[in-house]
Write a protein that binds this ligand. Structure first.
Ligand SMILES: Nc1ncnc2c1ncn2[C@@H]1O[C@H](COP(=O)(O)OP(=O)(O)O)[C@@H](O)[C@H]1O
Ligand SMILES: [Mg+2]
Length: 332
């Protein structure tokens, strides 16, 4: 197949600039490098297109190349992640096939409060939550059970998640929400903090869905009584991860009945939020065996060493097979 790998860069890009796995690694684009290498191993005819700020160039490239399918790894336009759904909207308008979710799921999941409202309507168990609006910040939290967890409504990849996201009382929660309004210029989601194991559920498909074996994040060297959650540093900072013994790996054994429940739940959330191709549903499992949905991620990270690809691998699906399957879902 003729495949165009589409991704974003943080600088003006020439549409004819060709990227190699090596140059992508140098630009700190490990996912793009892994996917490009895999598509080449699979024998596809592959070209790359980096997007930054020029719509005409995307249109021209798609028109002149006429790819069978776009492998969509783009997440932003002009530095702004809010534009992620607009790129797939453009592909739809041009009647180009692409991998992963469409604008509907991207828009829905990007607004975490909106996604939660949809899930709550369908009786999916979620942390209790309220929204503090930037234009009308909350001053009080009535009938709220602490600790709380406060995060930007519209950020990704743990931007805005740090130790201070954990709020032990009303004062800390309100302060953190105010900080989010100012620093991120956005609304804040104030949630009930769910103490428990954090599991990542990777789902592949459109109609018939495969749920791969769960992965889990471990916090081995953290003090027993410290709240444990995936801050920006806990996710991305290797020396911080080393210091606190933070690792991601196959989920430790789960209580009886839980794996089946997790698969059902992951499928349900995936469908309700209109996710297509592949997605990752993040949940927390409490000591009493209750499962809470924390976040749904359409188009999760596809780097070979990250949770999605590693879950597939646990399920017996090699990286190249996974990349081919994701391409296939664009045609289903
Ligand atoms: N309600 C919550 N209770 C406990 N931990 C939470 C809660 N919400 C988020 N977290 C922690 O914060 C991390 C990041 O939050 P998430 O909503 O997934 O945002 P992001 O889009 O940045 O990944 C989660 O992986 C989890 O560890
Ligand atoms: Mg998350």
């Amino acid at each position: 197949m003729k495949v165009l790998v589409l991704f974003d860069v943080a600088r003006p890009a020439d549409p004819n600039e060709a990227f190699s796995p090596e140059s992508l690694k140098q630009e700190d684009k490990p996912t793009e490098a892994d996917v490009l290498e895999s598509l080449r191993r699979l024998g596809h005819e592959v070209e790359t297109l980096a997007v930054f700020d020029n719509v005409t160039r995307i249109v021209d490239k798609l028109t002149s190349l006429g790819p069978d399918v776009v492998f969509n790894l783009s997440e932003s336009f002009y530095h702004d992640r809010a534009h992620e759904p607009n790129i797939t909207a453009l592909l739809d308008l041009m009647k180009v096939r692409y991998t992963g979710s469409g604008s509907d799921a991207l828009l829905l999941c990007k607004d975490k409060a909106l996604a939660k409202k949809v899930l709550a309507y369908h009786h999916v168990r979620l942390p209790h939550f309220v929204v503090s609006h930037r234009a009308h910040p909350l001053r009080r939290l009535r009938r709220f059970a602490y600790p709380a967890f406060v995060k930007p409504v519209c950020e990704d990849a743990s931007d805005g998640i740090c130790r201070a996201s954990f709020a032990k009382d009303e004062k800390e929660a309100i302060e953190r929400a105010r900080f989010i309004h100012q620093k991120f210029n956005t609304d804040a989601l104030i949630e009930e903090y769910i103490e428990g194991r954090e599991l990542y559920l990777s789902v592949l498909g459109n109609n018939r869905l495969t749920v791969f074996p769960a992965r889990e994040i471990f916090f081995d060297q953290m003090p027993e009584d410290a709240p444990k959650f995936a801050t920006f540093h806990a996710k991305w900072n290797d020396s911080y991860r080393k210091k606190w013994g933070i690792t991601n790996g196959p989920a430790k054994p789960l209580p009886e009945g839980v794996p089946g429940h997790l698969s059902e739940l992951a499928r349900k959330v995936y469908r309700l939020l209109k996710i297509r191709g592949f997605g990752r549903i993040d949940v927390r499992l409490t000591a009493t065996g209750d499962v809470y949905v924390i976040e749904a991620n359409p188009n999760p990270c596809l780097a070979q060493d990250e949770d999605f690809a590693q879950s597939a691998c646990l399920g017996g699906v090699s990286y190249d097979t996974l990349i081919q399957e994701i391409l296939n879902t664009a045609f289903a």
